[in-house]
Ligand binder design. Structure first.
Ligand code: AMP
Length: 402
């Protein structure tokens, strides 16, 4: 596994620290409506403050596509952070430029500022070396605690750590530790619960993990692509046609090595894909025109029984349309089963994490990842550029006898 240097290995006292965080939180009406990601960065931030660092917080927010955009300003995030820390946080008007530099140079030990949205400059997403140099010139040391952005080769993720002494924050270390151990040495039985809407996003993870799993549990809209691949009637449920062949291949490979694959055999269906549309439960094939919204109660019971005996469970993707009250029962039953089991439970993906939090089970999980795309790419076995940028270069070898 990749060895990442920890923030604890950096001398922070009196140093200007560029702390890359993932404060990409949902904003509505000028307020951060979910502060999970801000909270998740607090251990690293508090550590830096306590050690007397001069902290320059940097994040992206939304997709402003390289332009200064009112709705993507960091001001609501600064207020959210100030509430959590119980003191005001100065939000700068830009993330580079002379005024920004002067403010950063004047910071006192333990003081914290928040830069304006990194993605207001096209150089961030382009990974522009000149933009990275500008960012790096603000600080003396660099820490990445933005797991959710670690799969992007952006200037603040890969460019800045190439220029400054660098390390990983506590959140990043925790994410890599949980996901890395699940890949390398899972407590068995090792189970993947795969759901959600986008099959194509998860095919690579399924293919990668297939040979290591002891059980594959499928739910959500993903299940209809798998059922359709098997030749079952799925009515008007969401099926991802381009992923059908991959689903067929996964089922073939699983059968070839005797891997149990659980697919739903009863369903909560509606006459149309619309919140509040009347629902009913059907067993077996889904009738013509009906849309599957959730795994049915018998399926939920069967899945929960299997999960009770699991050693490690990776869960990505809800079991139904969890945003709708009438279609969140499957997701709730699975969250409950994991909460009650003794398994190491690792939840990834923004929607799944949000559902687990809303259902009140987040604290009962071993780990709820803050990274959606990043956690999937990590589980695919890809080297995340943000981690590679931090990984300790191997010490030069001294030839034997020299
Ligand atoms: P993903 O981003 O691929 O993990 O998908 C998460 C989304 O899948 C959530 O917004 C769910 O509402 C959606 N989803 C889960 N089950 C279904 C279903 N049966 N039909 C349509 N969408 C679903």
């Amino acid at each position: 596994m990749m060895a990442l240097p920890s923030i604890e290995s950096l001398d922070l006292k009196g140093r200007r620290l560029f702390l890359r965080v993932d404060f990409n939180v949902p904003i509505a009406g000028g307020r951060a409506t979910d502060d999970t990601r801000v909270r998740a960065a607090l251990p690293t931030l508090r550590h830096a403050i306590d050690r007397g660092a001069r902290v320059i917080l940097a994040s992206h927010l939304g997709r402003p596509a390289g332009r200064r955009t009112e709705e993507f300003r960091m001001s609501p995030v600064a207020r959210c952070l100030a509430d959590l820390l119980g003191r005001p946080i100065l939000k700068l008007d830009d993330c580079v430029g002379e005024a920004t530099r002067q403010t950063c140079l004047a910071l006192a030990d333990g003081e914290t500022v928040l830069l304006e949205n990194l993605r207001f400059h096209p150089g961030e997403e382009a990974g522009d070396p000149a933009f990275a140099r500008e960012l790096a010139s603000l600080a003396e040391v660099y820490v990445n605690d933005a797991f959710g952005a670690a799969h992007r080769a952006h200037a603040s993720i890969t460019g800045v750590p190439a220029l400054l002494p660098s390390a990983a924050g506590f959140l990043l270390l925790r994410e890599v530790d949980y996901l890395g151990r699940a890949l390398a040495e899972p407590r068995r039985p090792f189970v993947l619960v795969a759901g959600g809407a986008k099959v194509s996003d998860k095919v690579a993870v399924l293919e990668k993990l297939l040979d290591r799993l002891d059980l594959l549990v499928v739910g959500g809209a993903m299940a209809y692509t798998f059922l359709a691949a098997r030749g079952d009637a799925v009515g008007a449920s969401r099926v991802e046609a381009p992923a059908l062949e991959a689903a067929r291949e996964i089922l073939r490979r699983a059968a070839g090595r005797g891997l149990e694959v659980l697919l739903p055999d009863d369903h909560v269906v509606a006459e149309r894909f619309e919140e509040g549309a009347p629902t009913r439960v059907v067993e077996g094939p889904i009738p013509e025109g009906w849309v599957g919204l959730d795994i049915g109660p018998a399926t939920a019971t069967r899945y929960a029984q299997w999960l009770a005996g699991a050693g490690t469970v990776l869960w990505n993707g809800t079991l139904g349309v969890s945003e709708w009250r009438l279609a969140q029962e499957g997701t709730r039953r699975i969250a409950e089963a994991l909460a009650e089991s003794g398994a190491v439970s690792i939840v990834g993906g923004g929607d799944t994490a949000a559902a687990v939090r809303e259902l009140g089970h987040a604290a009962a999980m071993s780990h709820v990842s803050t990274g959606g795309g990043a956690s999937l790419e990590f589980l695919e076995g890809r080297v995340l550029p943000g981690l590679a940028a931090l990984a300790r270069r191997e010490a030069p070898r001294v030839p034997a006898g020299a």
